[in-house]
Design a protein around this ligand. Sequence first.
Ligand code: SF4
Ligand code: SF4
Length: 133
Amino acid sequence: MVKFVASSKNLLKGLSSVFKHLFRNAVTEEYPEVKPELNENFRGKHTLNNNCTACGLCKKVCPANAISIKKDGNNKLVSYKIDYGKCIFCGNCVYYCPNKSIQHTTEFELAITAEQKDDLISELKQEEKNGRN
Ligand code: SF4
Ligand code: SF4
């Protein structure tokens, strides 16, 4: 009998907790159907603008060794790649770039179309202007 009373009390306690929360607004988001609102300083995928002089400073300060830069004989940028399988989104490349050429965006769904690790290597195309300049 004592056991029955105790378990009924616990059941009522549980049910009251369920009903208390039943009509409140959800605190979670229905991701991926509903995209989260991200802060403008969010460190997502990068963009590169055409001020890049291929100086290589971003590559030097990258703790994850995620950046690879190819230059031609005239030191002009040929290709700029970031391996998002390695990048830890620390922001060093953005912070130290002397020309504000590399910037973060709010794009973060990087793995959705990747089937292999190498698919996370992204070649950045130089744009006239990028996001946060
Ligand atoms: S992005 Fe900036 S730091 Fe990196 S190579 Fe270009 S100019 Fe240099
Ligand atoms: S955000 Fe950090 S880890 Fe990612 S490429 Fe830039 S310096 Fe490297």
